[in-house]
Design a protein around this ligand. Structure first.
Ligand code: ATP
Length: 237
């Protein structure tokens, strides 16, 4: 199957330090690809470069098109959305206002329909539509960050550590929603330190260490790999 997005030999540097050192990966349409790796492996940097937020060497092709001259905002227009690790919400604005901002590129007339889609996916947000974003729980904030990205109707949703700081039950909930999105046709690039949770929901997986991809395969192959099991899954299972 032709990949929706194909990253080839991507390199990103901060001054002298090369944080992403020739990473190649792809996401097939309607699938979840996960990149697992420890703190500082370069996962956030990788997503920022794919989004066009950091200068990079190598190539990013989306639907066969080379994105090297396409700015981040235009990438959103082409159907790529990023949910950053910090979740970047507007704390004093309501849930609904935060969601509406996610649709700024689309016509205002589309907003009610988009909102209904997001509320159907996250009923908790519907109940809290008038609540200030700054007063939401951690899980609700993650839902709102995802909801806001979905307001742009992405074909490719990139998630940077959606499980960060959340209790296991909430993580399960969030990742179940990610799987539902995949089943509805959205392709997902999921970056996670929580390898166990990510591998449970992903179709394909990459292990990233010190800026490089050191292993790749189907999620079940990667989960069964003894090295992955020892280092990332805490042994056993
Ligand atoms: P985490 O899970 O902690 O976010 P990560 O895998 O996402 O880790 P990155 O945040 O991409 O890793 O960081 C990769 C490397 O690049 C690290 O060594 C980090 O210190 C470095 N780095 C990240 N951002 C910058 C920056 N703005 N300037 C200099 N170095 C940076």
């Amino acid at each position: 199957m032709t990949a929706l997005i194909e990253v080839t030999e991507l390199r990103v540097s901060y001054g002298q330090v090369e944080a992403v050192q020739g990473v190649s990966l792809s996401v097939a349409p309607g699938t979840i690809a996960t990149v697992i790796g420890a703190n500082g492996a370069g996962k956030t940097t990788l997503l920022a470069a794919v989004m066009g937020l950091l200068p990079a060497k190598g190539s990013v092709r989306y639907e066969g098109r080379d994105l090297s001259r396409v700015a981040a905002e235009e990438r959103v227009g082409l159907g790529i959305s990023l949910v950053p690790e910090q979740r970047d919400l507007f704390a004093t604005m309501s849930v609904m206002e935060n969601l509406e901002l996610g649709a700024f590129r689309r016509g205002r007339t589309e907003i009610p329909e988009r909102l209904e889609e997001v509320y159907a996916l996250f009923p908790r947000l519907a109940e809290r539509r008038r609540q200030q974003a700054g007063t939401l729980s951690g899980g609700e904030r993650q839902m709102l960050a995802m909801g806001r990205a979905l307001m742009a109707r992405p074909q490719l949703l990139m998630l940077d550590e959606p499980s960060l700081g959340l209790a296991p039950l909430i993580v399960r909930d969030i990742l179940a929603t990610v799987a539902r999105l995949r089943d509805s046709g959205v392709s997902i690039l999921l970056v996670e330190q929580n390898a166990r949770a990510a591998l449970r929901v992903a179709d394909t997986a990459y292990v990233m260490e010190l800026g490089q991809i050191t292993l790749s395969g189907t999620a079940s192959e990667i989960a069964a790999n003894p090295k992955v099991s020892e280092i990332y899954l805490g042994g056993g299972q």
